[in-house]
Design a protein around this ligand. Structure first.
Ligand code: ASP
Length: 588
């Protein structure tokens, strides 16, 4: 028996007990004739005491312990003289009678503390040491709890957890596939699933009725803080349902998870639902952060053609937001905001502002082009009060200008402290457009994926005006993050073929890529629909993290590399030969 207790469980009622503990040396300190060692395991930290007078040899050995040595001790639980109320075990200590070094350790490359001195790359290279830090470990514990509760909830609703293969064929979901060569089928490749989308639909055709899976998905995309090349979805599908049934089920699950995992009661009220059009109009985003207001006000009537400002007179969109109490912003602060919206990522041409003074008068950066009456109208349209700052963005591409204003709104929300990580604002965004135009591809693309059903009343517009067709698709948004999304699916082979046609697939190409699905639909496919949650995003929101990386045990860095395993890496020529793959010489 290596231990009788963990390092997190001893309390006053254990005083006098003889115990054996095992763990890592967090730190040692010498004070007079005493040596104190903090012993750590996953469960907590317990203080060990060695007394020079009582046992000099043992105390000497304790003095030689290094950080992160793995040790085992035997001793008696004692009430501490000076208690530490910051630690759950802070009332007690162990008077050690036997010490056994199980394994020595090199000095770790960074400190195992909440605020470690290790930079990101170093922490990732030695992730097994990084994971010993309580802050990181807690995220994994949260993730575990989250998954357990997801399973508990879905099981109670009759969902079956079914695994789908990882080596599949390519299914387009908007990203690039990772592909895997097949030795037994030279020249052929598997693709790793971007999601189990078509497979879960086939499970519905198979009569499984309610499916879920906590599953790895793979997308070869450019990476950002909330993206990883492999990530985990809570993937769900249901038969004989409409959009409302799915929304109801998963709203209930969300409330359940908030309560059991995060200790937050979201109340009885159903979540807000915004149509995609409305979300874009009021917030310039299909995932608006609703923790604060600062809604867009369209100012085309007020500012276009009512003065000599050419930029506005040519704009396809002019919109403003009103920042309460910011009229006193300094020149420097306004320059910062202007530089922010003009930065390459955001790409606005400029920022126009107007301060509402204490006497109600308006002072703007474009005063010289407008009469005081127009500026008064601006104030009214914005419902601005004395002390407010009006910020205005315009552009010749309305959608782009809205997105720029959205970034500015988020920036102001952060500056004003309105994006509190302990506040949660959830909503559904519904009625997405079916298609979006891709300049890169020169064709319409599915906004969600090609298996999404159009609104029944829009089906006839597929021939005449496909860009105006709305989809039976929905996203769940929390604090400005898309945490989940899904749709009602097409279950009719003819309609599915029609969508492939609109998306520019020839019938032959559609058959080649999706014949398996369209054929399955000919053998009795039930109406069905579902969604998938991004597990990593959910957990990082619950944990209050800025990046999904810290809730993943072994994440990849921004270049998609695992710096600990040094992957991806080159393979032996022998492996390439077996796969019949010739590499082109890389340019030096
Ligand atoms: N497969 C979809 C996705 O990964 C989710 C869904 O439609 O269920 O986004």
């Amino acid at each position: 028996m290596y231990r009788s207790k963990t390092c997190g469980e001893l309390r006053m009622n254990n005083v006098g007990e003889k115990v054996t503990l095992a763990g890592w040396v967090q730190r040692t300190r010498k004070m007079g004739g005493m040596t104190f060692v903090d012993l750590r395991d996953r469960y907590g930290i317990t203080q060990l005491v060695f007394n020079q007078e009582a046992n000099a040899e043992l105390c000497e050995r304790a003095n030689r312990l290094g950080r992160e040595f793995v040790i085992q001790v035997e001793g008696v639980v004692n009430e501490r003289f000076s208690k530490n109320d910051k630690m759950p075990t802070g009332d007690v200590e162990i008077i050690v009678s036997a010490l056994n070094v199980l394994n020595e350790a090199l000095t770790p490359p960074f400190t195992i503390e909440e605020n470690t001195d290790g930079g990101d790359d170093l922490r990732m290279k030695y992730r097994y040491i990084d994971l010993r830090r309580e802050v990181v470990r807690k995220n994994l514990e949260l993730r575990h709890k989250f998954c357990i509760e997801v399973r508990r909830f879905l099981d109670s609703k009759g969902f079956l957890e079914i695994e789908t293969p990882v080596l599949v064929g390519s299914t387009p979901e908007g990203a690039r596939d990772f592909i895997v060569p097949s030795r037994m089928n030279p020249g052929c490749f598997y693709a790793l699933p971007q999601s189990p989308q078509t497979l879960k639909q086939l499970l519905m055709v198979a009569g499984m009725d309610r499916y879920f899976q906590i599953v790895k998905c793979f997308r070869d995309e450019d990476l950002r803080a909330d993206r990883q090349p492999e990530f985990t979805q809570i993937d769900c599908e249901m038969s004989f349902v409409e959009q409302d049934d799915i929304i109801k089920t998963f709203e209930e699950m969300t409330k359940y998870l908030f309560k059991t995992v995060r200790g937050v009661d979201l109340g009885e009220q159903p979540f807000l639902r915004l149509s995609w059009n409305e979300a874009m109009r009021r917030f310039g985003s299909d995932k608006p952060d609703m923790r604060f207001g600062m809604e867009f006000v369209e100012l085309m009537d007020v500012l276009k053609g009512t003065g000599d400002f050419g930029v506005f007179n040519e704009a396809a969109y002019i919109g403003g937001i009103c920042a309460t109490g910011c009229a006193e912003y300094t020149r420097k602060q306004l320059d910062e905001l202007t530089n922010f919206v003009k930065s390459p990522q955001i790409g606005a041409k400029g920022l126009v502002y107007a301060r509402v003074n204490e006497d109600g008068s308006v002072k703007s950066s474009v005063d010289k082009f407008y009469t005081p009456e127009v500026l008064e109208k601006l104030k009214e349209a914005m419902q601005a009060k004395p002390g407010d700052l009006i910020l205005i963005i315009s552009g010749d591409d309305a959608m782009r200008a809205r997105k720029q204003l959205c970034e500015l709104r988020l920036q102001m929300g952060s500056r004003l402290g309105l994006r509190d990580k302990n506040k949660f604002a959830l909503l559904w965004v519904v009625d997405f457009p079916m298609f979006e135009w891709s300049d890169e591809e020169g064709r319409l693309m599915a906004m969600h994926h090609p298996f999404t059903a159009p609104k029944p009343e829009d089906v006839e517009k597929l021939d005449t005006d496909p860009a105006s067709v709305k989809a039976n698709a929905y996203d769940m948004v929390c604090n400005g993050v898309e945490v989940g999304g899904g749709s009602i699916r097409i279950h009719d082979a003819v309609l599915q073929a029609k969508i492939f046609d609109v998306l520019g697939f020839t019938p032959e190409k559609a058959q080649e890529q999706f014949g398996f699905l369209m054929n399955a639909f000919k053998y009795g496919a039930p109406p069905h629909g579902g969604l998938a949650y991004g597990l990593d995003r959910w957990v990082s929101i619950f944990a209050g993290l800025d990046s999904i990386r810290d809730c993943i045990a072994f994440p990849k860095n921004n270049a998609g590399r695992d710096v600990m395993l040094d992957a991806p890496s080159h393979v032996d020529q022998k492996q390439l030969d077996e796969l019949q793959i010739d590499l082109r010489p890389t340019e030096a």
